[in-house]
Design a protein around this ligand. Sequence first.
Ligand SMILES: CC(C)(COP(=O)(O)OP(=O)(O)OC[C@H]1O[C@@H](n2cnc3c(N)ncnc32)[C@H](O)[C@@H]1OP(=O)(O)O)[C@@H](O)C(=O)NCCC(=O)NCCS
Length: 167
Amino acid sequence: MSTEFTIKEAKGTDYLHVKRFIELVDTDFYPPLSERGGGISERMQRDLDTPEANYLIARLSEPDSSDPLCGIIGMIGCTRNWKGKDTAYVNFLATHPDHRGHGISKELTIRYEKLLAEQGIRQIYLCTWSSNPAAIKFYEDRGYYAYSIVLNDRGNGVDTIYYKKKI
Ligand SMILES: CC(C)(COP(=O)(O)OP(=O)(O)OC[C@H]1O[C@@H](n2cnc3c(N)ncnc32)[C@H](O)[C@@H]1OP(=O)(O)O)[C@@H](O)C(=O)NCCC(=O)NCCS
């Protein structure tokens, strides 16, 4: 199946659809994003269309008019100047559950890396958790290197794995 989509930076006016998308994938994260400090609202205040951070949104080219997400099928979020001026941190990545395995996150990552490189970013940081084999394979296949692991960081034997990549 090929899905036609476009990728654009989010704007403040996307707030409602971005919030619904994060809520849709909330429990795919461990722990859920809604259970982390400040929850989803604070996350969005910090990461949506600010001078330091924003999301790139993958959106269906022809969304159904009744779609509460207005066609959003994937998003990556990034914060610049993370550990110094030429570094960034990926604060969010998810594909809509109905659209996984079709290269959407791959395309989002390629596009964001290009955008960040144009903005002078040289190193990208991110993390995931040890019970997420899809994300681990995804990042390692894209050249991210695990430089630190915090054992049982998330409880129930689930570790946090920190990755970085030079771009
Ligand atoms: C991880 C996730 C973002 C991948 O998104 P996606 O759009 O389905 O990924 P893509 O189709 O672009 O996959 C690209 C590559 O990722 C890897 N991958 C993706 N899903 C995978 C899976 N279920 N199992 C193993 N590898 C997987 C593969 O290397 C794949 O490349 P290939 O199939 O061409 O060999 C998606 O599963 C997701 O949204 N998960 C829930 C949220 C999450 O875990 N986010 C990351 C938090 S750190």
